[in-house]
Design a protein around this ligand. Structure first.
Ligand SMILES: O=C(O)/C=C(\CC(=O)C(=O)O)C(=O)O
Length: 289
C-alpha cells in the first residue's frame, strides 16, 4: 500500500437545510497530518492529510457548532491526531478513541482529560486484523464514568455479536445502524433485527449516518431516507447524526457534504426531531459534564 487516497469532496456545496444553532456533527474523523501523526503500520488504507483546520472549516461551512471526532482505523490505537484536533477546537470537539485493551487506568484518565468520552470497537474485517471480544469486554468494564462504547459492525454479524454486546455494562452507540441493507425498506429483515436489538435495552444509541455507504443508488439516497426516517421517529431519544467526513475509503462515490446535510430534514422532518438528533442526544453523550 503506497498511494495516499483522497476520499472527500473538494468543494462541498452549501446545504439548503440550516442546522439549528449548536448542532453537532457526531461522526467525523481526522487524518494526520502524516508528518506529525504517522498512520498505523497496520492501516488498511493510506489517506491524504485531512487535519483539524479542514474539519473545522467544513463544520463552519455546513453550519455546525461542534464535532465528535472518532478515531479512524488508519491511526490504529495511537489517538494523538484525534487528541490534537480536540485540543485545537476551543472546546468545540470531543472524541471517541481506539485503545489497546491493556491500557492503564492512567491512560484512560489522560484520554478523558483530552476530551475523549468513549472507545470504539471495530468489527469490519476489511479495516482491522482482529477484534478480540474477551479483551474488549475487559476494558469496557473499567472505563471512566460517563463513557460509552461505539461499535462498528455489518448487519450479517449482529446476531453473532449479541452475547458480547449484551455483556457490555455501559451505553452502546452503533455506527451507521450496523450497516443495514436499506434497499429492503423500513420493514426489511435488517431493520427488523436492528429494532429488536434496540428494544433489548434502553441504552443503545445509533448513528443515522452514511447514506453514501448504505445506499448504492447514490444521491439523493431515496432508499436510505425511506428506510431510516421511521427508525429516527421511533427511537428519537437515542439517535445521532454525522457527516462521516473525510469519508474513509470512499473513492468512487465520494459524497458532497452539503447534500449529506440536506438528508437531515428527510430523516428528521420536524424541528423537535432535528433538535434531538443534532443537539440534545449528542450533548447527553459527549458534553454531559
Ligand atoms: O468512518 C467510518 O465510519 C467508516 C469506515 C472507516 C472506519 O470506520 C475506520 O477507518 O475506522 C469504513 O466503513 O471504511
Amino acid at each position: 500500500m503506497s498511494e495516499r487516497i483522497v476520499s472527500w469532496h473538494g468543494a462541498p456545496s452549501k446545504p439548503a437545510y440550516t442546522p439549528p444553532p449548536g448542532a453537532i456533527d457526531a461522526h467525523c474523523h481526522v487524518f494526520g497530518p502524516m508528518a506529525r501523526f504517522p498512520f498505523s503500520a497496520k492501516a488498511k488504507y493510506l489517506p491524504q492529510d485531512a487535519g483539524p483546520d479542514m474539519l473545522f472549516a467544513l463544520r463552519d461551512h455546513l453550519g455546525f457548532a461542534k464535532n465528535v471526532i472518532v478515531q479512524a482505523s488508519c491511526h490504529g490505537t495511537d489517538n494523538a491526531a484525534t487528541l490534537d484536533a480536540i485540543a485545537r477546537s476551543n472546546g468545540k470537539a470531543r472524541g471517541v478513541a481506539v485503545v489497546d485493551p491493556a491500557i492503564s487506568e492512567e491512560g484512560l484518565a489522560a484520554l478523558h482529560d483530552g476530551g475523549i468520552r468513549g472507545i470504539r470497537f471495530n468489527f469490519l474485517k476489511r479495516l482491522v486484523d482482529d477484534a478480540p471480544r474477551d479483551k474488549f469486554l475487559e476494558v469496557a468494564k473499567r472505563l471512566p464514568r460517563g463513557w460509552h462504547v461505539v461499535i462498528y459492525f455489518e448487519a450479517d454479524i449482529l446476531e453473532d455479536l449479541r452475547p458480547f454486546m449484551d455483556a457490555i455494562p455501559v451505553p452502546l452507540v452503533i455506527d451507521h445502524m450496523g450497516r443495514p441493507d436499506v434497499r429492503q425498506g423500513p420493514d426489511g429483515a435488517d431493520m427488523k433485527a436492528f429494532r429488536a436489538f434496540l428494544d433489548s435495552r434502553p441504552d443503545i444509541w445509533f448513528k443515522a449516518t452514511c447514506p453514501d455507504r448504505l445506499d448504492a443508488a447514490g444521491a439523493p439516497w431515496d432508499a436510505f431516507a425511506r428506510a431510516v426516517a421511521p427508525l429516527v421517529a421511533d427511537y428519537q431519544d437515542r439517535v445521532l447524526w454525522g457527516t462521516d467526513w473525510p469519508h474513509p475509503n470512499m473513492q468512487s462515490a465520494i459524497p458532497d457534504d452539503g447534500h449529506l446535510v440536506d438528508m437531515i430534514p428527510r430523516i428528521a422532518p420536524t424541528v423537535e426531531l432535528q433538535r434531538k438528533l443534532l443537539i440534545d442526544n449528542p450533548t447527553a453523550l459527549y458534553w454531559a459534564d
